[in-house]
Design a protein around this ligand. Structure first.
Ligand SMILES: NC(=O)c1ccc[n+]([C@@H]2O[C@H](COP(=O)([O-])OP(=O)(O)OC[C@H]3O[C@@H](n4cnc5c(N)ncnc54)[C@H](OP(=O)(O)O)[C@@H]3O)[C@@H](O)[C@H]2O)c1
Length: 277
C-alpha cells in the first residue's frame, strides 16, 4: 500500500473521528485508535484499521505501536495526538490526583507516543507530528487551571521538540482550536460533577453556579463554536504542506485571542478574560 499512514488518538468522537473519516476519504491509511473495545469495533465496522489505545497506559501505547509497525513494515508517516479531556474547577478545589490524571491524558500520553514514533520517523527520514492543543494553551481562563496547565505543557514540549528536530525532515505542528462542537463540554461536565465538590466550595459557589448555567448548560457559547471540519482543514495543511506551520489557530475567537495575547499587557488581558468568561 503506497498511501500515507497516520495514527490518530481519540477517534471515538469529535475531532478525532472527523479527522479519521476525512483523511480516509483522501486516501490515507488511517490507524483510528480508541480506548474502548466497543469504539474500536465500531470504527472497524466503518472500514478503519482500528486499534485499542488508551493514552493513560504505557502498555496500551506500546502494544498499539507494535501492531502498527507490524502492519506497515516499520513505517509511519504521521501522528495526530488528539485524545484529551477538559478538567474544570478552581485551582483551590482540585487535588494532586485530579491534576495528575489531566496530565496523564493531555501531556504524558502524547509525549510517550512521540518517543515511540520518532525512531520510526528518523529511520525513514521524514514524518509529521501534529498536536491538538487549544487556545487554552495560549491564554488562561479562571476555573480551567488544570486544563490550561496541561495544554501549556503540551505547547512547551512541542515547541522544544520542533527545535530539537530542526533539519531532520520531521515536522511538529500545534493546532490551537477555539470552541468546536464536540462531546468535550458534556464530558467536562460529567468529570466536574464527579471530581469537584461544588456544593461545599465556600469560595466559589457563585462562580460554579454561573459556570453550570453558562458554560455547561447554555447553547450561547456554542454559537461561536465551529464544526470539527475546521480543525481538519488545518490538520491537512500540517500534513501536506511543504512548509507546515508551527501553530494553526482555528476560528476567529482563537485567532483574536492569540493576537491579543501578543499585544496586551497581562492586567488588560486578565480583565478582558474575566469579563468574557
Ligand atoms: N471541542 C473543543 O472546543 C476543543 C477546543 C480546543 C481543543 N480541543 C481538543 O481537541 C481534542 C479532542 O477533543 P474533542 O473536542 O474532539 O472532544 P471529544 O469529542 O470529547 O473527544 C475526545 C476524545 O479523546 C478520547 N480520550 C480521552 N481520554 C483518552 C485516553 N485516556 N486514551 C485515549 N483516548 C482518550 C475520547 O475517548 P472516549 O470517548 O473513550 O472518552 C474521545 O475520543 C482534545 O485534546 C481537546 O482538548 C477541543
Amino acid at each position: 500500500m503506497n498511501s500515507k499512514s497516520i495514527l490518530i488518538t481519540g477517534c471515538s468522537s469529535g475531532i478525532g473521528l472527523c479527522s479519521a473519516h476525512a483523511l480516509k476519504q483522501k486516501g490515507y491509511r488511517v490507524f483510528a485508535t480508541a480506548r474502548k473495545e466497543e469504539d474500536v469495533k465500531k470504527l472497524q465496522s466503518q472500514g478503519f484499521e482500528s486499534i485499542l489505545l488508551d493514552v493513560n497506559h504505557s502498555a496500551s501505547i506500546k502494544h498499539a505501536i507494535k501492531q502498527i509497525v507490524e502492519l506497515t513494515d516499520g513505517t509511519l508517516d504521521a501522528l495526530f495526538n488528539n485524545a484529551g479531556y477538559m478538567q474544570t474547577g478552581a485551582i483551590e478545589d482540585i487535588t494532586r490526583d485530579i491534576e495528575r490524571a489531566q496530565f496523564e491524558t493531555n501531556v504524558f500520553g502524547p509525549m510517550e507516543l512521540i518517543r515511540l514514533v520518532l525512531p520510526i520517523m528518523r529511520k525513514q527520514g521524514y514524518g509529521r507530528i501534529i498536536q491538538n492543543s487549544s487556545i487554552l494553551g495560549i491564554i488562561t481562563l479562571p476555573f480551567y487551571g488544570a486544563y490550561n496547565a496541561s495544554k501549556f505543557a503540551l505547547e512547551g514540549f512541542s515547541n522544544t521538540l520542533r527545535q530539537e528536530l530542526w533539519g531532520t525532515n520531521i515536522h511538529v505542528s500545534i493546532i490551537n482550536p477555539g470552541p468546536i462542537k464536540t462531546h468535550l463540554r458534556e464530558t467536562a461536565f460529567q468529570i466536574y460533577q464527579k471530581t469537584i465538590d461544588h456544593q461545599k466550595s465556600h469560595l466559589f459557589t457563585k462562580e460554579y453556579k454561573k459556570m453550570e448555567q453558562i458554560y455547561f448548560a447554555s447553547e450561547e457559547k456554542t454559537k461561536l463554536a465551529q464544526k470539527p471540519d475546521a480543525v481538519v482543514k488545518k490538520l491537512i495543511h500540517a500534513l501536506e504542506s511543504s512548509r507546515p506551520r508551527a501553530h494553526y489557530y482555528v476560528g476567529y475567537p482563537a485567532i483574536l485571542l492569540a493576537f491579543l495575547r501578543r499585544i496586551l499587557p497581562d492586567c488588560a488581558l486578565d480583565w478582558m478574560l474575566r469579563k468574557a468568561r
